[in-house]
Design a protein around this ligand. Structure first.
Ligand code: FES
Ligand code: FES
Length: 204
């Protein structure tokens, strides 16, 4: 009677490894390779984006992977939102997108197309933003200034969307500003500046 072939441990591993490698190399099926027809494929060449930046219509041609923060700084010369961490952890790059604060380092410039982007450097600031900028100066709430545009944007978002800004107390402001980090340690002055503006709603 014929004996079954002996399979050594090394032979088994070689066989399994080869099979796995071949499976991994299988060409994708047609339905996996082609994107659905109703999906717009962007890139690899740069794409045009148009949006309102601080009330002005701007255009840029950007690589698809470019973040909004880099687009603002390098394509549009808007240097207010900085990128201290570049990973959504410090609030230094905050902008308001359609009226809501978002970190511009974690969103693509392409996703701003057709939308409104507002920064702390708005050349024609709404009264609340103007009041915050004055209060930051009056309370000495900036040292090197690297985090300041993000701080002001977060404060602007907070007071603009609070049902009753005057009702905010120090704990509430601290909680709301917890995502904004300052390496120079200006947090206490920042909170004082925000409470000052919050308590004077009739002036903005
Ligand atoms: S640079 Fe965007 S959150 Fe820090
Ligand atoms: S003022 Fe320097 S990091 Fe905040």
């Amino acid at each position: 009677m014929a004996r079954p072939p002996r399979l050594s441990r090394r032979g088994l591993l070689r066989t399994v490894g080869t099979t796995t490698a071949l499976a991994a190399c299988k060409p994708p099926k047609a339905h996996e390779a082609a994107p659905p027809e109703d999906v717009e494929v962007l890139g690899p060449e740069p794409i045009p984006v148009t949006f309102l930046l601080d009330g002005r219509r701007v255009r840029a041609k950007v690589p698809v992977q470019r973040t909004l923060q880099v687009c603002l700084q390098e394509d549009l010369g808007c240097t207010a939102p900085k990128a201290p961490c570049d990973r959504g952890a410090c609030g230094g790059c905050l902008v308001r997108l359609d009226g809501v604060a978002v970190p511009s380092c974690t969103m693509l410039a392409a996703d701003a197309d057709g939308r409104c982007v507002d920064t702390a450097a708005h050349p024609d600031p709404p009264p609340l933003l103007a009041a915050l900028r004055r209060a930051f100066v009056a309370h000495d709430a900036a040292q090197c200034g690297y985090c300041t545009a993000g701080m002001i944007t977060a404060a602007w978002d907070l007071l603009d969307r609070a049902p009753e800004p005057a009702a905010l107390d120090e704990a509430a402001v601290r909680r709301a500003m917890a995502g904004n980090l300052c390496r120079c340690g200006t947090h206490r002055a920042v909170v004082r500046a925000i409470l000052d503006v919050a308590g004077r709603k009739e002036t903005w």
